[in-house]
Design a protein around this ligand. Sequence first.
Ligand SMILES: [Mg+2]
Length: 247
Amino acid sequence: MTKALLLDLSGVLYDGDRLLPGALEAVAHAREQGWLLRFVTNTATKSREQILDKLQALGFNVEAEELFTAPDAALRYVQARGMQPYTLVHPSIEAVFGVPPEAPDCVVLGDARDGLSYANLNRAFRLVKQGCPLIAIGDNKYFRDGDVLSLDAGPFVRAIAWAADAEPVVMGKPSAAFFAEVVNSTGLAPENCLMIGDDVFGDVDGALQAGLEARLVKTGKYQPGDETRLSPPAQTLTSIADLETLL
Ligand SMILES: [Mg+2]
């Protein structure tokens, strides 16, 4: 039976600019075995084209339609509703949201790094407090940045949502709607899809909640004991190199 493999990128296939051992072989093996592949990332600091170029440079052959990103999902969400967003996002993806409107009617908040200044967060807060929807690009707590962990968008989304008594709309992982969109693109049932990721909540719990199978890799942002943060504990793989034993 045809099955689909959903792969997180950072921390699973590569760490920064470093290819993780066995990643190329694992992806090639899955393709040979007839698995449909989907690459799913919350990365909000690179455009689709930059992500595809990076994968290509590392040696992965990924078709554009196999890549699903959180910024794309957020863009589709606001476009489908004709919304004019105030975007607090990384400069590399700002352009896809178009010219900043004079009178925004929603807030799109992502991993904007130094763009997350007090002044900018305050503008976002005031809009959300007035009733503008808050759309989050991912809900990750932190990401691995070289040797250290760094704050992701999640904590800033929570800060604004908490202060404004608002419920954010999360685009990307772990949103069930996002997983459903990726699953639908395969034409398969969720239980025939397997998600592999290094974020126990964003990747693994999100996929399980959406009815997929999931495995946590012990690379990337993984911290010892992360698997026990879910009940029952998440099933693990030492790394993507272990995938062959599973397929
Ligand atoms: Mg990751």
